[in-house]
Design a protein around this ligand. Structure first.
Ligand code: ZN
Length: 167
């Protein structure tokens, strides 16, 4: 894994950065390593374990975080890369209420879908098919940006993302 999770000084997850960037922050003493991997990074003068989770030394004020951007990658992350009609590997984005029938391009109306389901549903409403949704689509929970940044959340990051659960 070539990405590192960055926590604020308060341990709140902030963002995901390339490992090289994390190393720079640590070397400049702007961050401390909370968790390192077994991989070693070599630079001109030093060698250090590749950081996986770092914490900023100083608190960074985070501006209001906007509603997660709606795009294919984010929808796939929210839906665990699974077709929301049959559970197969997702390949497309499907509008539950088709755009041709007035459906909007919003979180509540888009799901990840496999190609066969996408083709089968066409421009019909769900009520005109025998298909059902596995769960009702909605705006993703706050930490979806982590999954979006790295594809899926590495298990060793879990305790840092949900401190209340692991405490
Ligand atoms: Zn499907």
């Amino acid at each position: 894994m070539s990405k590192a999770l960055v926590l604020n000084a308060t341990y709140e997850p902030l963002c995901v950065v390339p490992v090289r960037r994390a190393v720079v922050l640590v070397l400049k003493e702007k961050a401390e390593v909370l968790h390192a991997t077994e991989r070693t990074l070599h630079s001109e003068r030093t060698a250090m374990p590749a950081p996986s989770v770092i914490r900023l030394t100083h608190f960074v004020k985070v501006p209001y975080r906007a509603r997660a951007a709606l795009n294919r990658r984010a929808v796939f992350a929210r839906d665990d890369n699974r077709c929301q009609y049959c559970g197969a590997a997702a390949e497309n984005i499907d509008h539950v209420i088709p755009r041709s029938r007035g459906g909007l391009h919003v979180w509540e109306n888009v799901v990840a879908a496999c190609r066969p389901c996408n083709t089968r549903k066409r421009d019909r409403l769900l009520s005109e098919t025998t298909m059902t949704l596995r769960r009702r689509p909605g705006v993703p929970r706050e930490l979806t940006w982590v999954a979006v940044a790295v594809g899926s959340v590495p298990s060793l990051w879990e305790p840092y993302l949900h401190p209340a659960l692991s405490a």
